[in-house]
Structures are given as C-alpha cells and as structure tokens.
Ligand binder design. Structure first.
Ligand code: NAD
Length: 506
C-alpha cells in the first residue's frame, strides 16, 4: 500500500537564500492528476514583499554596472543549465500544472529560446549615432536599465512565461522580483537557483510567493520601476491601472478567445490536426489555444464536425506519468468546476454539445481534475460560452455564410490575442492578415506564437500597455532611452588640441 506524503511548505527565494514565510497565510498546491494537496505555498505579507524589493534594489547598482557582454555570459551558462535540467524542470511543471511531459518540455524550450535571445544583449542594446548634428556637435542614444522590475505570472506556463520576462530584464541590467502563480510556483524557485548557479549575483533575481497582497505591494512600492503581468483580463486591467497610477511602466498581457476561420477551400485534414492540437493541447489552458472555430459555409461546418468528433472522443486523457497521455487534467479542482459549469451553461444556452467530456473517468485517478474534450456546434454570438474565456478543453464551432461575417466576428470580439485563417487562397489570407484587429495572426498556422526574437502580445482587451513581451519590444520595455548631444570644440583651428603639456594640462 502506498501512502501519500504530507504536504510540505515552500519558501521564498531572496538574495540567493531560501526564506521561510512568516505571514502565517498559506495556499495549496495540488497534484492535479490525483487531486491531492502536495505542497503549501506561503502567501507573503506586504512587509515580506518590501524586504524582497529592498534586496533587488540593493543589487541594482552593482548589476547595472556589469558590462552587457558579461551579463550575456551568465545567460549562456543558464541556457546550458536549462538544457541539462530539462527532465527535472518538466517533472516539476507537470506535477503541479498537470500537462504532459512533452508539453512541459515544449514550453521550457520556448522559454529557453528567450534566454538565447537574451544572450545577444550587447547587440540589442546598441544605440544610434549621428555625427555633426551641429558645428562640433554629435548626437547619440543609449538604452539604460529601468531599475527594479517585477513579474507577475499565471498558472498555465510556470516555466515559459517567467522566462518571457526575467532573462530579458536581467540581461538589460535590471534586477527582478518574480511573483509566480501560487498554484504552481516551484519551477520559478528552481529557475532562480539555476540562474545563480550560472553566475548571477545574489539579489538580482528574487522569487516571492503570494497572492493579491503581494501583488498590491509590488504595484505600489516606489522602488519598483516596471511591472510585467501575464494573466486574466480583469486582474490585468486592475494591475495596469494601479501600476500606472503609482508611476510605473506596466505591460499586462491578458485573456483571449482565439478564433480559427476555416474557409471552404481549406485542406480539411490539415485543419482537423491543427484544431485537435491547438484546442485540446495542454487541456486548452493556453492563452493562444483555439477556442472558437468559425466555419464558413454549412458544408465546411458539417465536414469539420464529422472529422473532429471521433478524434476528440479518441483523445487519450491521463496523468503526466502515463507516457501515452495526450491531454492531462485541469490545474485544480476549482478550475475543473469552473470549466464544467461553462459546459453546463452552453447546453442551457442552446448550443449543440456534440462531444461531452463531462463523464470521463481516469482509472486510479478518480479524484484528479480530469475533463474529457468537449465540442459545441451551432454556437452563437451573445452566448456566454462564445463571449467568455473558458480556459479548458472546450471548443465552440460557429457557422457563418461568408468570409465577411467571419472577419466581423473576429474583429468584434473583445479579445484580440491570436487568430488564424485556414485557406488555400492567397488573396483571402492577405486580406485577413491586414484586416484582423488581433495581435498575432496565423495563416494555416493555428497557434501563431512568435519566435523569441519577435515580440508576443495581443490587441484590444488582451493587452494593456504599449509594449509586447520579449524580442525587440521586450528590450524596449526593460530599458529607458537616453539621447545625448555633445559638443567638443575641436580647437584645431588654433592648434591647441595638439599642444599637450606635461601633468595633463593643455
Ligand atoms: P490570474 O489573473 O488569476 O492570475 C495571474 C496572476 O495574478 C497570479 O500570479 C495571481 O496570483 C495574480 N492575481 C490573481 N488575482 C489577483 C488580484 N485580484 N489582484 C492581484 N493579483 C492577482 O490568471 P491565471 O488563472 O493564473 O491564468 C490564466 C489566465 O492567464 C487566462 O486568462 C489566460 O488567457 C491568461 N494568459 C494570458 C497570456 C497572454 O500572453 N496573453 C499568457 C498566459 C496566460
């Protein structure tokens, strides 16, 4: 008989030390596959967070003075350590988030690519120079660190999303306080240890665990200069407004409802594969998951539903320890309830539930937060399952008669993170890419996540602030531009410049 070990307490990571929480408040971390609480996460008090911010502020003068080439050396070593610790990190991610090991490794690799981008920081920080902007006057620009930066991250990518932030911020010469999701914080703690193993001075990257109280302290403390947030729209809007009101630079990447428009001429086999991967991968808990398919023409809709149904029913759902699993559980029992409630709502609203995953049982994991893939047909604008972000393995198919109607749906939705069009027609694809009011657009690519040396972000209520994350926009966010105008009277005319005297006078 196996016994479940007692949950143990996690710790904050401050100045390279494991620091126990003193607030007396704790949250639960689950293994979503078993439904059991495995760890307790200390929820920091405002005073504890202030101490972490002080640690980052103390480390700032030293780190910002380190030449960019030497900062890059830390990133090169960190990259090697991430590769060496890939299995360990993936296990941490999967055991707290629930996603399959392959999904976890894929997400760590996407984070690693941002680290590789940050290795090029000396090149990225280069300024511009103009000679002779006036007589004897030159002008040049430089990008300097903004100061102490904070990162507040969601549960769905516990490795990748923090790595969208801290490698770029730190390579730019800032110090960092990371406040990961309290649902799966362990990967952030391990990544901070690895950064120090790579040579990062203590205090440059700190991890504080907590909830709203911690976040509010980061948003209001005068020593925090910039805040990066990734999470849901209501929280992101609050973070943007509060951070800005306290004089901080804020980027808040938020919720989504990503549409895939399927034209009648699309390759339906390719579409079906793309939908299965993008709607049900990672149990739909991706901000770039396809959650709405807009089928143009009834024949397209019929064919799609006919092809998708059996594929969704055949999905192998199981714990990350099952190497055959294609989809894991949802992150917590609460989140499972929220997603199931949406499925109930869709039925009440009159949409056709073609595949119902609510009855799924995973053997030996009856308490796990599992939900089978769900597919709704004939979803209409105005239904809650269409308008709201569900963040689970639930796909809505909306049928329309024309491309124009499809584009209108995409453009009228409050979210504008990602979208895709599947077609063989270049004219249609070009019109869609230029007309969609969406931050990231795919053409026959279902999840158009930009590579690390481009920038990631949405439009409309999927992003508050002016900057996308990572890539060139990330460097701009984590630096301030300074422009210098300098006059050096040459003195050549009277010959004085060559007339040096001993002792440095001239
Ligand atoms: P969430 O908004 O609940 O939490 C995100 C972070 O905010 C966490 O660290 C949490 O502790 C903190 N937080 C929660 N409530 C708060 C409050 N009232 N005040 C201050 N801080 C608070 O998001 P989540 O459930 O962890 O993640 C899922 C959401 O993240 C989805 O909406 C998803 O679309 C979004 N997301 C967006 C992107 C993107 O790039 N646009 C990427 C990943 C996830």
């Amino acid at each position: 008989m196996t016994t479940t070990p007692e949950p143990y307490n996690l710790y904050h990571h401050v100045q390279g030390q494991k620091v126990q929480g003193t607030s007396g408040r704790f949250g639960d971390v689950y293994n979503p596959a078993t439904g059991k609480v495995t760890k307790r996460v200390p929820l920091a008090s405002a005073d504890e967070v202030r101490q972490v911010i002080r640690a980052a502020a103390d480390a700032l003068p030293g780190w910002s003075a380190v030449p960019p080439g030497r900062r890059a050396q830390v990133m090169f070593k960190y990259r090697d350590l991430l590769i060496g610790h890939m299995d360990e990190l993936a296990e941490i991610v999967s055991s707290e988030h629930g996603k399959t090991i392959d999904d976890a490794k894929g997400s760590i690799t996407r984070g690693l690519e941002v680290v590789e981008f940050a290795c090029g920081i000396p090149q990225l920080l280069k300024g511009e120079y103009s000679e002779s902007v006036g007589t004897d006057v030159e002008s040049y620009s430089m990008r300097q660190p903004v100061g102490v930066c904070a990162g507040i991250t969601p549960f769905n990518f516990p490795a990748m999303v923090p790595m969208w932030m801290f490698p770029v911020a730190i390579a730019c010469g800032n110090t960092f306080v990371l406040k990961p999701s309290e649902k799966d914080p362990s990967c952030s703690l391990r990544m901070a240890e690895l950064m120090e193993e790579a040579g990062l001075p203590k205090g440059v990257l700190n991890v504080v665990l907590g909830d709203k109280e911690a976040v509010d302290t980061l948003l209001t403390d005068p020593d925090v200069a910039a805040v990066s947030f990734v999470g849901s729209t209501p929280v992101g809007e609050y973070i943007y407004k509060t951070g800005c009101a306290h004089g901080k630079r804020v980027q808040a990447l938020c919720g989504a409802k990503n549409h895939m428009v399927v034209m009648p001429d699309a390759d339906m086999e390719q579409v079906t594969d793309a939908v299965i991967g993008s709607a049900y991968g990672s149990a739909g808990e991706r901000c770039m998951a396809i959650s709405v398919v807009v089928a143009v023409g009834d024949e397209t809709g019929d064919e799609l539903i006919g092809r998708l149904g059996p594929r969704i029913e055949a999905l192998h759902v199981g714990p990350y320890t099952d190497s055959k699993a294609e989809m894991g559980p949802l992150v917590t029992p609460d989140h499972l309830k929220k997603v199931r409630d949406y499925v109930d709502t869709g039925v009440e609203e009159g949409a056709d539930l073609v595949v119902d995953g609510r009855g799924l049982k995973v053997e030996d994991h009856e308490e796990g937060a599992f939900l089978g893939g769900c597919l709704f047909d004939n979803v209409k604008k105005g239904m809650r399952i269409y308008e709201e972000e569900i963040f689970g393995p639930v796909l809505c198919v909306v049928r329309v008669d024309s491309y124009d109607e499809a584009l209108e749906l995409v453009n009228e939705h409050e979210y504008g993170n990602g979208c895709a069009v599947f077609t063989r027609d270049g004219d249609c694809a070009r019109h869609f890419t230029t007309s969609a009011r969406i931050g990231m657009v795919g053409v026959n690519v279902p999840i158009p996540v930009p590579v690390a040396y481009h920038s990631f972000g949405g439009w409309k209520r999927s992003l508050f602030g002016d900057h996308f994350i990572h890539g060139p926009e990330g460097v701009r966010f984590y630096t301030r531009l300074k422009t210098v105008s300098a006059r050096w009277p040459s003195g050549i005319k009277d010959g004085a410049v060559f007339n040096f005297k001993a002792g440095g006078e001239h």
